[in-house]
Design a protein around this ligand. Structure first.
Ligand SMILES: NC(=O)c1ccc[n+]([C@@H]2O[C@H](COP(=O)([O-])OP(=O)(O)OC[C@H]3O[C@@H](n4cnc5c(N)ncnc54)[C@H](O)[C@@H]3O)[C@@H](O)[C@H]2O)c1
Length: 449
């Protein structure tokens, strides 16, 4: 059992703090945002993550978990995790001001300490940051050491991922520092990589960039599928059975979003550039992702002609299912494009409605999907939420004024939709091309027969 401080109570810091308390450590979570801490002190998580709320109150009662706005409350900590934001600047470079602020504050808090304290950075920071910050801030403070411990959790399953990691990566200049941090996780029984700080930092960026590359790759295959009449769902299934490829992140759609992939891919490209290397592949990954959402606009135009004045419902606003996070959500970007074209939008989402209302006060947000689709000419599914698979599509078709459904996440089964619906998916033959028999693959032909 160790005394741990956490700075930043967002998706990463709060989950890490709560889970470390659940693992038996005594954790003080600090955030500069007063409303977040007030909410946590009332036992309410300020973000939605499955299983998170349930772990807060019991650990507070066991006196293993405390929330504060006051950084001086971290004084007893032996290790302090930094999990503040690292957004992109306009240039694509990561903005490290929140991390630097947190480290400066910690340097002040621990200024007169004589014991060894570890600053463990969970925020995703550019390769080289750890060594630079150690030199810049800890040159005179030898009792502070910098450890990199990148986080790989996924929003929507963050608690599960933290407790069941594929690997734990710890980078430090001294192996004893790395082992001390790795020991915090010993109950998790996961493979541990102890390495240098730069290796740890690059593992995080390379992992996210690789996953984003898989998504852009399959989206390009989907676009070819539309040209040749193939079905990307079948193609990706066939590819994914090869264990060298694997099926994860091979789902075609309207592109990746969220607070990590877009920023980390851009940051890695920028890191490469500032080290004299042009990362050509990532430029293409970014460009493909930027363009992919325009497939929806293209399909809308193809069926509706002029978009101005059209009434369209967007199903899904969060960047993925099971979260209320709309940061860099493709759904929101798509919605903003549609607004510029004069489309009248009704949007719905099971968890992100409040955040969307705050972000886009001009759109109508309705919690009930059936109410949202009433009288619209077209529906766009923008988030891969299983909720939308189980809707009563017969009723929905009856409620709509038009009959066009654009499934931007390929989650609907065409055979479950009423005949009257015109369904467009990404990289999949539509029903019109199936009926002429030319573009169908065998599976589709069997279904049609
Ligand atoms: N969200 C993810 O899925 C995920 C996964 C892996 C890694 N990461 C990385 O983890 C980091 C945090 O991401 P997040 O999504 O949790 O961010 P977030 O924006 O949800 O949370 C950051 C928190 O830090 C607080 N904060 C900022 N500066 C502070 C300061 N000086 N003192 C105290 N509190 C401060 C903010 O108020 C906010 O609550 C980022 O670098 C991100 O790239 C995120």
């Amino acid at each position: 059992m160790r005394k741990i401080g956490v700075i930043g109570c967002g998706y990463v810091g709060l989950v890490a703090g709560v889970c470390l308390a659940e693992l038996g450590h005594i954790v003080t979570c600090m955030d500069a945002d007063r409303s977040k801490i007030d909410s946590l002190n009332e036992g309410v998580a300020p973000i939605y993550e499955p299983g998170l709320g349930e772990l807060i109150i019991p650990n507070v009662k066991r006196q293993r978990l405390l929330f504060t706005n006051d950084i001086d409350s971290l004084i007893e900590s032996e290790l302090v995790f930094v999990a503040v934001g690292t957004p992109n600047k306009q240039s694509g470079e990561a903005d490290l001001s929140q991390v630097e602020r947190a480290i400066l504050d910690l340097e002040r808090v621990f200024n007169s300490e004589s014991r060894q304290i570890k600053i463990v950075v969970k925020s995703t920071v550019p390769v080289g940051t750890g060594n630079r910050l150690s030199r810049q801030f800890f040159a005179q403070a030898h009792w502070l050491s910098y450890v990199s411990n990148p986080e790989f959790l996924r929003e929507g399953s963050a608690v599960y991922d933290f407790m069941n990691p594929d690997r734990i990566v710890v980078g430090a200049n001294d192996i004893d520092d790395a082992l001390e941090v790795a020991k915090l996780y010993e109950r998790l029984n996961a493979p541990v990589i102890t390495t240098s700080i730069v290796n740890a930092e690059l593992i995080k960026y390379a992992s996210n960039a690789f996953l984003a590359t898989k998504i852009s790759f399959i989206n390009e295959i989907a676009n070819i599928c539309e040209g040749v009449g193939a079905d990307v769902n079948v193609v990706s299934h066939g590819m994914g059975l090869d264990p060298r490829i694997n099926p994860h992140f091979l789902k075609a759609g309207i592109g990746y979003g969220g607070s990590c992939f877009p920023k980390d891919v851009r940051a890695l490209k920028q890191i490469a550039g500032s080290n004299g290397y042009h990362f050509e592949l990532l430029s293409a990954v970014i460009e493909v992702n930027e363009m992919q959402k325009y497939r929806v606009i293209q399909k809308l135009r193809q069926h509706l002609g002029r978009l101005e004045g059209r009434e369209i419902a967007v199903l899904g606003l969060a960047f993925k299912p099971n979260t209320d996070d709309i940061r860099n959500s493709v759904a929101i970007e798509l919605l903003e494009i549609l607004l510029t074209k004069g489309v009248s939008i009704v949007a719905t989402d099971p968890l992100a409605i409040d955040k969307a209302r705050e972000h886009l006060p001009d759109i109508t947000c309705i919690s009930d999907p059936y109410e949202a689709v009433a009288g619209v000419e077209a529906i766009i599914i923008a988030t891969e939420d299983p909720l939308y698979m189980s809707l009563d599509w017969e009723s929905i078709a009856g409620l709509m004024a038009g009959n066009l459904i654009i499934d931007g996440r390929n989650i609907l089964s065409p055979e479950k939709l009423p005949e009257s619906v015109v369904l467009e998916q990404i990289g999949r033959p539509n029903r019109a091309s199936l009926s002429d028999g030319l573009n169908a693959n065998f599976e589709d032909i069997r279904k049609v027969a």
